[in-house]
Design a protein around this ligand. Structure first.
Ligand SMILES: Cc1ncc(COP(=O)(O)O)c(C=O)c1O
Length: 492
């Protein structure tokens, strides 16, 4: 191969399709075996039949582009049906409107953008517009605020890990333009007090977004199974919009979420229209420009193929598995489940932080489980899906062994990923965490043929949406001292 500046170039001659497919299969070989239930997040799987349907539907519309919504009647029709079905599921009415986006992050970004535009007209006194959220809300809000130049107030949750309505009330100022909360939160699967927050939003004439990215297509079925779920959707008067991901518990292909508004009164601020482009008038409803028809066709296929009875049946199986896991984890004296999970998301940690949960996480990883480590408090996250049910017994056996190992080795310290997350969790000044993670990303994305060296300087974050992130220069040395002291006194 001739030398190149980047280290690799497009092959001079193309390979055969067989070769390519064999190579892909080979590369995939070393990936984690998610179908065996080894990954407790990321993939939302029903079964092989459903997966085949998703593949086919996606493939049929692989090339079609929803950039121009007038180009394909079929896709426009599907999109409309999906939004109406979603509105019905979330107890909307004939005023409910919405868009399909590429995922939860885009839905959240669009909602924040829409309310920023709305506030420019309806809250001109908000000179430094800010959004008020619980700390447990998905980071997509912080990201959106960062990109859109808004401030974000991330408020502590209560002992139950839920948003605290009174704290939210106290933090509303003339700059507040939006409240948001989760149904449920990703880390612990707890439902924020949506009705109480909605009341506060109404009192202050503020929009209120409910992030149901993970719960939107699951909670309705959990409720229909007879579980008591406080209202969180459009039944709650002050809720002005909801994000709900079809590529999660809608079991659609990746790249599909719904963002619904109570009415066009809000959504009309979302449309972006450029009139001076020589290529013609350019109008778009979402962040994306070109938009594959694949995710829309697959989502339409998923909703119609599974039907209400299919979703309910799957939810029943999953909730039975979740309850079994909850019981078995709850029965282990060293462990405790965090908060009161409302659906199939569980997080657990050790009682009084002994033994170290990240040593347990390391052991589990050695056994082939992909472990989602969390912080505040240090814990392990499980989103329970259908394909995990077969793996529960093995998981629990490995977990019991892991606890025994951690008890037998009280001096063991967390390694691997745990070292990163564990260390990060112990750093009091968050600006430094960002510096370290940024370095990891710089390394991951740098050109392997180049000479880029990430800087060892500890810098505070610039242009952060969160003023607390801008750590002063003395934070670095002080962090090191605090971490050292923490270790000395056995602080987690
Ligand atoms: C509650 C919640 N909101 C938002 C998101 C972001 O969704 P996505 O990863 O599709 O952008 C997630 C993802 O897990 C989530 O759980």
């Amino acid at each position: 191969m001739p030398p190149t500046k980047t280290g690799i170039s497009i092959p001079e001659t193309g390979k055969t399709h067989e070769e390519i497919l064999a190579q892909l299969a080979q590369m995939r070989h070393s990936d984690v075996k998610w179908k065996d239930g080894r990954v407790w997040s990321l993939v939302y799987y029903v079964d092989e039949e459903h997966l085949a349907l998703m593949n086919q539907a996606f493939k049929m519309y692989f090339s079609e582009n929803m950039l121009n919504p007038y180009a394909w009647d079929s896709l426009r029709h599907m999109e409309k049906e999906i939004k109406l079905m979603a509105g019905d599921l979330l107890n909307g009415d004939n005023e409910t409107v919405g868009v399909i986006t590429s995922g939860g992050t885009e839905s959240i970004f669009q909602a924040v953008y829409t309310y920023r535009e709305w506030a420019r007209k309806h809250k001109p006194q908000a000179r430094q517009p800010e959004i008020v959220v619980p700390i447990s809300i998905h980071p997509a809000f912080e990201k959106a605020a960062h990109i859109l130049g808004l401030k974000i107030k991330q408020l502590p949750t209560g002992d139950d890990l839920r948003a605290q309505p009174e704290l939210i009330r106290k933090n509303i100022t003339s700059n507040t333009i939006l409240l948001a909360a989760s149904a449920p939160s990703y880390p612990n699967g707890v439902l924020d007090p949506i009705e109480e927050i909605a009341e506060i939003a109404t009192e202050h004439g503020l929009p209120f977004h409910v992030d149901a990215c993970v719960g939107g297509y699951m909670l309705p079925w959990v409720e229909r199974l007879g579980n008591s779920i406080p209202p969180w959707d459009f039944r709650v008067k002050g809720v002005t919009s909801i994000s709900a991901d079809l590529h999660k518990f809608g079991y659609a292909a990746k790249g599909c979420s719904t963002l619904l508004y109570r009415s066009m009164d809000y959504m009309k601020y979302q449309f972006f229209i450029a009139t001076d482009f020589p290529g013609g008038i350019y109008a778009s409803a979402t962040f994306q420009g070109s938009r594959s028809g694949g995710p829309i066709a697959a989502a339409w296929a998923a909703l119609n193929a599974l039907g209400k009875d299919g979703y309910l049946r799957i939810a029943k199986e999953i909730m039975e598995g979740t309850n079994r896991l909850k019981e078995e984890i709850g029965a282990i004296p060293e462990l405790k489940i965090l908060g009161e999970p409302i659906m199939n998301i569980i997080s657990y940690t050790t009682q009084s932080s002994r033994p170290d949960i990240f040593v347990i996480a390391d052991y589990m990883e050695e056994k082939g489980w992909m472990v989602d480590r969390q912080q505040f408090p240090n814990s392990i996250h499980l989103t329970v899906m259908r394909h995990h049910i077969q793996a529960i017994d093995t998981y629990m056996q490995d977990l019991r062994d892991a606890i025994q190992y951690a008890k037998d080795h009280p001096k063991a310290t967390a390694k691997g990923n745990a070292a990163l997350y564990g260390l990060m969790a112990r750093i009091p000044f968050r600006g430094m965490v960002k510096t370290n993670v940024r370095k990891l990303f710089e390394e991951m994305y740098s050109n392997p043929a180049g000479n880029y060296k990430s800087s060892d300087e500890e810098e505070g974050e610039v242009n952060s949406a969160n003023p607390a992130d801008n750590s002063p220069a003395w934070a670095g040395p002080l962090n090191r001292i605090l971490i050292g002291l923490g270790r000395l006194f056995g602080r987690k």
